[in-house]
Design a protein around this ligand. Structure first.
Ligand code: PAF
Length: 279
């Protein structure tokens, strides 16, 4: 597996690949890889001639300094995991490579996406994601890029970025990978104790309960019951809401089949965890 640290090395190599018409798949990550990431890499390896993964903990997207400082880093382990699934290359830039002194920030109005759920709660977060993904797409110019649907709102933000600047890049959004207990795979899970991991599995139980209740009762009552379940377990809820799965516009009554999304953010042992379910 090739390892690139600078844009010059990367560009030199990728320009040769592009000339040969090789299909390039790309998986952007912040490292601390888990089965969710590996699932994206496997899909890219299957669907492309060459797969590149980036590992860069993007300070710009952290609205909370502590969260940035505590973000798990496991580069050697990450590299081994990538090798084991036949990933072809990894791009691991430092801050100077990612954001050189003269770099120009892009601006993109993502409208509603900045006004709901993660938008207002994590000011600057999506702008940070847009800056880094713009730069990565621009450096790598993949044919296809892969993202996980656990970060559902991020997927819609990336779609807006693609539509504005990178029409030729094909996006693939992959289903959330879960542990047997239902817990969504996340790098943040590494910060939970074994008790915390058991508690965190409750998140998906609440989501599936709400989904199952949606056949019988109105959204307001189903969500109220879901919140009650978290409160009973002393789990701090930041939000538990439903919206239109295409637009994230909040609604009053359930939407049509497969157009509902319930999104949740909770704190367990001080770690912020998000998840969602579409039905
Ligand atoms: O989902 C992530 O890991 C990050 O937000 C991303 C897309 C790699 C940008 O830093």
């Amino acid at each position: 597996m090739q390892i690139f640290n600078t844009q010059i090395e990367l560009e030199g190599f990728l320009s040769k690949i592009r000339k040969k018409g090789i299909k390039l798949g790309f998986v952007p990550t912040m490292g601390a890889l888990h089965e969710g990431h590996i699932d994206l890499v496997k899909r890219s390896v299957e669907e492309n001639d060459y797969t590149i993964v980036s590992i860069y903990v993007n300070e710009l997207q952290f609205n909370n300094t502590n969260d940035f400082i505590n973000y798990p880093i496991s580069k050697d382990r990450d590299v081994e995991m990538l090798k084991s699934v036949s990933c072809d290359a990894v791009f691991m830039p430092n801050k100077e490579v990612m954001y050189p002194k003269n770099f120009k920030k892009i601006t993109l109005d993502i409208g509603m996406l900045n006004k709901v759920f993660e938008g207002p709660l994590r000011p600057g977060h999506f702008d940070g994601v847009l800056q880094v993904v713009y730069r990565l797409f621009d450096y790598i110019k993949p044919n296809t890029a892969y993202f996980g649907l656990k970060d559902y709102q991020q997927c819609l933000v990336i779609k807006a970025l693609k539509n504005e600047f990178f029409n030729s890049i094909h996006l693939v959004f992959c289903p959330t990978v879960r542990t047997e207990s239902g817990l969504a795979m996340s790098s943040r899970n590494q910060r939970l104790s074994s008790t915390g991991l058991i508690e965190a599995a409750f998140i998906y139980k609440v989501l599936t309960t709400i989904r199952d209740l949606s056949v019988h009762i109105e959204a307001f009552d189903a969500l109220k019951y879901g919140r009650h379940l978290f409160i009973q377990k002393n789990i701090e809820i930041e939000y538990l809401e439903f919206a239109n799965a295409d637009t994230l516009m909040p609604g009053k009554n359930w939407f049509k089949k497969n157009k509902n999304i319930v999104l949740v953010a909770v704190y367990i042992e001080g770690v912020r965890l998000i998840d969602n379910i579409v039905f």
